[in-house]
Design a protein around this ligand. Structure first.
Ligand code: OAD
Length: 253
């Protein structure tokens, strides 16, 4: 962990800045949720990469739903890591907008356990949400009452129920994206936390923040497609770096 880079980054988080935090699967990696790309990523299995495309659901709904049900079940046993807790606490030290590509709810769980109430914009939806592929009727299912592997139907229109995530080939939820884009235009600082920056339009948010004058700080053990436009690169895991950044900020304010 590069303490010099962490101190430099933390200096931009004092004085209650306006911050856009762009969150990717790296934030949840230390909780045991695999990322998508990279040597241990879920996309090393080409079948899984296909399951994140809407066309595959239309061709092979049972296979796609069974895989998503497995992911929903796996999440039941997974807990937030120190990166989630530190980010939740950091939001109390400024005006934070959180734009996450993650479909887990680990950041919400961490925040709630600390008594922190934050709005998290889920750009790619949530595994805790279920909706009808035909009429879009949707609801939260935190207790896993719906078993997607049994191909359930919508009570309103009889259409196929599906996870409330965004697949390739589908639009992002309008409100989550427009609020995140507003956060990007307004930000003093943009934090890139555990994302490869390869998937658009989510990856356009740091670019917008940069155009509108924000400082970009990347926390990631590896180079990404957005590293080149960042002002500060903190090479390390979010579960290790964010708690140190939080401590520096808390000690100075
Ligand atoms: P990726 O799998 O593309 O990238 C994960 C990033 O996390 C990489 O840059 C890793 O270096 C980094 N990383 C790994 N471990 C880390 C750790 N402990 N701390 C910090 N960073 C770590 O995941 P995303 O960028 O989230 O979309 O992927 C974006 C989208 O691609 C996903 O939301 C999903 C996928 O296709 C859809 O399915 C629509």
């Amino acid at each position: 962990m590069n303490l010099h880079a962490i101190r430099k980054a933390s200096a931009h988080l004092l004085d209650r800045p306006r911050v856009l935090a762009c969150v990717g699967s790296g934030l949840s990696a230390e909780s045991g949720v695999p990322t998508f790309r990279g040597p241990d990523g879920m996309f090393t299995d080409p079948r899984i990469a296909r399951y994140t495309h809407v066309d595959t659901f239309e061709l092979e709904p049972e296979a796609v739903l069974t895989w998503y049900q497995e992911r929903r079940l796996q999440l039941q046993g997974i807990k937030p890591n120190p990166g989630h807790y530190a980010l939740a606490e950091l939001t109390q030290t400024g005006d934070y907008t959180i734009a996450t590509q993650n479909v887990d709810n680990l950041l919400e769980v961490a925040a709630r356990s600390l008594g922190i109430d934050i709005a998290i914009h889920h750009l790619h939806g949530s595994l805790n949400h279920i909706r009808c592929h035909r009429c879009a009727h949707g609801f939260n299912d935190f207790d896993l009452e719906i078993d997607l592997s049994r191909s359930p139907s919508c009570e309103r229109c009889g259409g196929p129920l599906r996870p409330g995530v965004v697949w390739f080939g589908e639009a992002l939820p309008e409100e989550a994206f427009s609020r995140s884009a507003a956060g990007a235009k307004n930000a003093d600082v943009c934090l890139l936390l555990g994302t490869s920056g390869l998937v658009y339009p989510a990856a356009s948010l740091p670019e917008t923040a940069k155009q509108f004058g924000a400082r970009l700080i990347e926390v990631n053990p590896a180079m990404t497609d957005l590293s080149d436009i960042c002002d500060i690169l903190v090479r390390g895991k979010t579960g290790e770096v964010l708690p140190v950044m939080l401590k520096v900020v808390q000690d100075k304010i």
